[in-house]
Write a protein of this length. Sequence first.
Length: 190
Amino acid sequence: MSSQDQSDSPAVERDQRAIAKDLQDNVEQLLTAAVIELGSIARIAAKPEVAEQIEHTRAVCRQALEQTRALMSELDPPVLFELGLGAALDWLVEQHSRRTGIAVSFVDQTGGRRLDGEVAETLFQGARTALDNVARQGRGSRVAVQLALVDDSAMVDIRDDVGTQAMLFAPLEPELPSRRPNTEPQLEEQ
């Protein structure tokens, strides 16, 4: 990942979170209101064909609502912020497999270390883009995604069964030593 990609990443992620919030605050609420109001109208419709058409329109609104929620989750996946990168990549490969029909496996080799913050956001966005590229090229039928720690970096390795590969690296923040209260006796100078 180039330094330009990394410097743009927080701005892109902020924009995606803002779009997801706008979708939730506006589109999701409007669609929900439309489904409820159409239900009320259908109950008082005099002609069965009108009620049938209203029910069809409600179904379309429900489908739009489901797609809006899926898009919100794609733009700003809660699992990334709640559970960290490993869980988010596991969720991403499952969603990608379901959406594209491509078999995607995921292996987390971080030894249970939780990766979050900018490192997680950068690698998650890169992995999503790489998986989308594999689907767009349409040559592979299986993809393997691996998350690992390499020296002082986190790495996501994505490979398909026809030789396409993407390796993403992001430097890790140093882990701070735990702060324990000092229980040693202290000498005071006089």
